[in-house]
Design a protein around this ligand. Sequence first.
Ligand code: C5P
Length: 232
Amino acid sequence: MPKDNCQLILALDLETRADALAMLERLGDSLGWVKIGLQLFTAYGPDFVREVADKGYHVFLDLKLHDIPNTVAKAVQSISQLPVDLLTLHGSGGAEMIEWANRARNEYAPSMNLLAVTVLTSMDAPQLRSLNVNASPEEQVRHLAKLSLGAGAQGLVCSSLELAPLRASFGDDPIIVTPGIRPKGSSADEQKRIMTPADAAAAGSDFIVVGRPILKAADPAEAARAIQAELA
Ligand code: C5P
Protein backbone atom coordinates (compact mmCIF):
# COMPACT_ATOMS: atom_id res chain seq x y z
CA MET A 1 0.00 0.00 0.00
CA PRO A 2 1.37 3.49 -0.82
CA LYS A 3 2.65 5.39 2.18
CA ASP A 4 1.37 8.94 2.32
CA ASN A 5 3.72 9.87 5.14
CA CYS A 6 7.01 8.53 3.79
CA GLN A 7 9.83 10.53 5.41
CA LEU A 8 13.28 11.54 4.25
CA ILE A 9 16.41 10.46 6.17
CA LEU A 10 19.72 12.10 5.24
CA ALA A 11 22.65 9.66 5.15
CA LEU A 12 25.29 11.80 6.86
CA ASP A 13 28.17 10.12 5.02
CA LEU A 14 30.90 12.69 5.61
CA GLU A 15 34.41 12.30 6.91
CA THR A 16 34.67 14.66 9.81
CA ARG A 17 32.51 15.98 12.59
CA ALA A 18 33.18 19.51 11.31
CA ASP A 19 31.96 18.61 7.80
CA ALA A 20 28.89 16.90 9.22
CA LEU A 21 27.94 19.80 11.49
CA ALA A 22 28.52 22.32 8.69
CA MET A 23 26.20 20.28 6.45
CA LEU A 24 23.48 20.20 9.15
CA GLU A 25 23.89 23.95 9.52
CA ARG A 26 23.28 24.41 5.80
CA LEU A 27 20.27 22.09 5.89
CA GLY A 28 18.59 23.84 8.80
CA ASP A 29 15.03 22.66 9.21
CA SER A 30 14.71 21.27 5.68
CA LEU A 31 14.76 17.76 7.14
CA GLY A 32 13.97 15.92 10.36
CA TRP A 33 15.96 12.69 10.23
CA VAL A 34 19.68 11.89 10.04
CA LYS A 35 21.42 8.54 9.57
CA ILE A 36 24.71 8.18 11.41
CA GLY A 37 26.74 5.24 10.14
CA LEU A 38 29.87 3.40 11.14
CA GLN A 39 32.26 6.01 9.75
CA LEU A 40 31.18 8.90 11.96
CA PHE A 41 30.20 6.72 14.91
CA THR A 42 33.56 4.98 15.10
CA ALA A 43 35.31 8.35 14.82
CA TYR A 44 33.21 10.45 17.20
CA GLY A 45 31.09 8.01 19.18
CA PRO A 46 28.02 8.55 21.37
CA ASP A 47 28.77 12.26 21.89
CA PHE A 48 28.27 12.85 18.20
CA VAL A 49 24.87 11.11 18.32
CA ARG A 50 23.86 13.40 21.20
CA GLU A 51 25.15 16.43 19.33
CA VAL A 52 23.01 15.66 16.27
CA ALA A 53 19.94 14.89 18.37
CA ASP A 54 20.43 18.12 20.35
CA LYS A 55 20.00 19.98 17.08
CA GLY A 56 16.50 18.58 16.90
CA TYR A 57 17.01 15.71 14.47
CA HIS A 58 15.73 12.18 14.88
CA VAL A 59 18.64 9.76 14.69
CA PHE A 60 18.88 6.52 12.71
CA LEU A 61 22.00 4.79 14.07
CA ASP A 62 23.15 2.39 11.38
CA LEU A 63 25.56 0.08 13.21
CA LYS A 64 24.35 -3.25 11.75
CA LEU A 65 24.95 -5.16 14.97
CA HIS A 66 25.86 -8.85 14.61
CA ASP A 67 27.30 -10.86 17.52
CA ILE A 68 26.23 -13.42 20.10
CA PRO A 69 22.79 -12.66 21.59
CA ASN A 70 24.12 -11.51 24.95
CA THR A 71 26.62 -9.08 23.41
CA VAL A 72 24.06 -7.58 21.06
CA ALA A 73 21.51 -7.23 23.88
CA LYS A 74 24.12 -5.42 26.00
CA ALA A 75 24.96 -3.14 23.08
CA VAL A 76 21.25 -2.33 22.68
CA GLN A 77 21.11 -1.59 26.40
CA SER A 78 24.06 0.82 26.05
CA ILE A 79 22.55 2.47 22.98
CA SER A 80 19.28 2.89 24.89
CA GLN A 81 21.05 5.66 26.81
CA LEU A 82 21.35 7.62 23.57
CA PRO A 83 18.70 9.60 21.69
CA VAL A 84 18.32 7.01 18.93
CA ASP A 85 15.03 6.35 17.13
CA LEU A 86 16.07 3.63 14.66
CA LEU A 87 18.87 1.07 15.05
CA THR A 88 20.02 -1.63 12.62
CA LEU A 89 21.12 -5.18 13.27
CA HIS A 90 21.80 -8.10 10.92
CA GLY A 91 19.00 -10.59 10.39
CA SER A 92 21.67 -13.18 9.63
CA GLY A 93 22.66 -12.98 13.32
CA GLY A 94 19.69 -15.32 13.85
CA ALA A 95 16.36 -15.35 15.67
CA GLU A 96 17.85 -15.70 19.13
CA MET A 97 20.08 -12.65 18.65
CA ILE A 98 17.13 -10.57 17.52
CA GLU A 99 14.91 -11.83 20.36
CA TRP A 100 17.54 -10.85 22.92
CA ALA A 101 18.04 -7.47 21.25
CA ASN A 102 14.30 -6.89 21.25
CA ARG A 103 13.97 -7.80 24.93
CA ALA A 104 16.65 -5.21 25.75
CA ARG A 105 14.86 -2.69 23.52
CA ASN A 106 11.51 -3.39 25.23
CA GLU A 107 13.04 -3.01 28.67
CA TYR A 108 15.32 -0.01 28.16
CA ALA A 109 14.23 1.89 25.05
CA PRO A 110 10.73 0.93 23.91
CA SER A 111 10.51 3.98 21.67
CA MET A 112 13.58 2.90 19.68
CA ASN A 113 12.79 0.65 16.73
CA LEU A 114 15.03 -2.20 15.61
CA LEU A 115 15.47 -2.65 11.88
CA ALA A 116 16.87 -5.86 10.45
CA VAL A 117 19.23 -5.77 7.52
CA THR A 118 18.67 -8.88 5.40
CA VAL A 119 21.09 -9.45 2.51
CA LEU A 120 23.47 -6.58 1.86
CA THR A 121 22.92 -5.24 -1.66
CA SER A 122 26.66 -5.69 -2.24
CA MET A 123 26.08 -9.48 -2.06
CA ASP A 124 25.10 -11.30 -5.24
CA ALA A 125 24.24 -14.96 -5.84
CA PRO A 126 27.87 -16.14 -6.31
CA GLN A 127 28.88 -14.41 -3.07
CA LEU A 128 25.99 -16.05 -1.22
CA ARG A 129 27.04 -19.45 -2.61
CA SER A 130 30.58 -18.81 -1.39
CA LEU A 131 29.04 -18.59 2.10
CA ASN A 132 27.25 -21.90 1.46
CA VAL A 133 23.89 -20.12 1.02
CA ASN A 134 22.28 -21.68 -2.02
CA ALA A 135 19.12 -19.55 -2.01
CA SER A 136 18.87 -16.68 -4.48
CA PRO A 137 19.36 -13.22 -2.95
CA GLU A 138 15.58 -12.61 -3.26
CA GLU A 139 14.73 -15.86 -1.45
CA GLN A 140 17.30 -15.13 1.23
CA VAL A 141 15.96 -11.60 1.76
CA ARG A 142 12.45 -12.97 2.26
CA HIS A 143 13.73 -15.74 4.53
CA LEU A 144 15.70 -13.36 6.76
CA ALA A 145 12.87 -10.81 6.75
CA LYS A 146 10.44 -13.46 8.01
CA LEU A 147 12.92 -14.68 10.62
CA SER A 148 13.69 -11.13 11.81
CA LEU A 149 10.11 -9.93 12.04
CA GLY A 150 9.11 -13.20 13.70
CA ALA A 151 11.85 -12.67 16.29
CA GLY A 152 10.54 -9.21 17.16
CA ALA A 153 12.28 -6.69 14.90
CA GLN A 154 10.04 -3.70 14.28
CA GLY A 155 11.16 -3.30 10.69
CA LEU A 156 13.51 -3.92 7.81
CA VAL A 157 16.01 -2.13 5.62
CA CYS A 158 15.61 -3.17 2.02
CA SER A 159 16.36 -2.06 -1.51
CA SER A 160 13.54 -0.35 -3.32
CA LEU A 161 13.07 -3.31 -5.64
CA GLU A 162 12.33 -5.55 -2.66
CA LEU A 163 9.66 -3.22 -1.29
CA ALA A 164 6.64 -4.56 -3.14
CA PRO A 165 7.31 -8.27 -2.50
CA LEU A 166 8.10 -7.63 1.18
CA ARG A 167 4.93 -5.56 1.66
CA ALA A 168 2.97 -8.31 -0.11
CA SER A 169 4.40 -10.92 2.27
CA PHE A 170 4.44 -9.01 5.56
CA GLY A 171 1.73 -6.35 5.22
CA ASP A 172 1.73 -2.72 6.24
CA ASP A 173 2.95 -2.95 9.82
CA PRO A 174 6.72 -3.43 9.60
CA ILE A 175 8.66 -0.19 9.31
CA ILE A 176 10.48 -0.35 5.98
CA VAL A 177 13.47 1.88 5.28
CA THR A 178 14.80 2.10 1.74
CA PRO A 179 18.18 3.41 0.51
CA GLY A 180 19.24 3.56 -3.15
CA ILE A 181 16.94 6.49 -3.89
CA ARG A 182 17.57 8.98 -6.67
CA PRO A 183 15.38 11.97 -7.55
CA LYS A 184 14.76 12.27 -11.30
CA GLY A 185 17.75 13.77 -13.09
CA SER A 186 20.31 13.15 -10.33
CA SER A 187 23.39 10.96 -10.76
CA ALA A 188 22.99 7.29 -9.84
CA ASP A 189 26.58 7.27 -8.50
CA GLU A 190 27.45 3.56 -8.16
CA GLN A 191 23.92 2.58 -7.06
CA LYS A 192 22.51 0.15 -9.59
CA ARG A 193 18.97 -0.54 -8.50
CA ILE A 194 17.40 2.82 -7.83
CA MET A 195 13.94 4.35 -7.45
CA THR A 196 12.69 7.90 -7.23
CA PRO A 197 11.38 9.17 -3.88
CA ALA A 198 7.79 9.22 -5.15
CA ASP A 199 8.01 5.66 -6.50
CA ALA A 200 9.50 4.36 -3.25
CA ALA A 201 6.68 5.97 -1.27
CA ALA A 202 4.15 4.52 -3.71
CA ALA A 203 5.71 1.07 -3.27
CA GLY A 204 5.28 1.25 0.51
CA SER A 205 8.45 2.73 2.00
CA ASP A 206 8.08 4.44 5.40
CA PHE A 207 11.45 6.15 5.16
CA ILE A 208 13.83 6.77 2.27
CA VAL A 209 17.56 7.20 2.91
CA VAL A 210 19.28 9.71 0.64
CA GLY A 211 22.93 10.70 0.80
CA ARG A 212 24.84 12.10 -2.16
CA PRO A 213 21.93 13.71 -4.05
CA ILE A 214 21.66 16.06 -1.05
CA LEU A 215 25.27 16.12 0.20
CA LYS A 216 26.69 16.95 -3.22
CA ALA A 217 23.97 19.37 -4.33
CA ALA A 218 24.92 23.00 -4.92
CA ASP A 219 22.14 23.87 -2.47
CA PRO A 220 21.60 20.90 -0.11
CA ALA A 221 18.62 22.49 1.67
CA GLU A 222 16.89 23.07 -1.65
CA ALA A 223 17.63 19.46 -2.71
CA ALA A 224 16.18 18.17 0.56
CA ARG A 225 13.08 20.35 0.17
CA ALA A 226 12.56 19.15 -3.40
CA ILE A 227 12.64 15.53 -2.20
CA GLN A 228 10.18 16.34 0.61
CA ALA A 229 7.91 18.00 -1.95
CA GLU A 230 8.05 14.87 -4.10
CA LEU A 231 7.13 12.73 -1.08
CA ALA A 232 4.23 15.00 -0.19
O1 C5P B 1 24.65 8.51 -1.25
P1 C5P B 1 23.56 7.49 -1.26
O2 C5P B 1 22.17 8.10 -1.39
O3 C5P B 1 23.80 6.40 -2.28
O4 C5P B 1 23.63 6.84 0.19
C1 C5P B 1 22.82 5.77 0.56
C2 C5P B 1 23.07 5.39 1.98
O5 C5P B 1 22.36 4.19 2.24
C3 C5P B 1 24.53 5.09 2.33
O6 C5P B 1 24.72 5.47 3.71
C4 C5P B 1 24.64 3.61 2.16
O7 C5P B 1 25.61 3.04 2.99
C5 C5P B 1 23.25 3.15 2.60
N1 C5P B 1 22.84 1.87 2.04
C6 C5P B 1 22.74 1.63 0.68
N2 C5P B 1 22.34 0.42 0.22
C7 C5P B 1 22.03 -0.54 1.08
C8 C5P B 1 22.10 -0.31 2.45
C9 C5P B 1 22.52 0.92 2.90
O8 C5P B 1 23.00 2.51 -0.12
N3 C5P B 1 21.60 -1.68 0.63
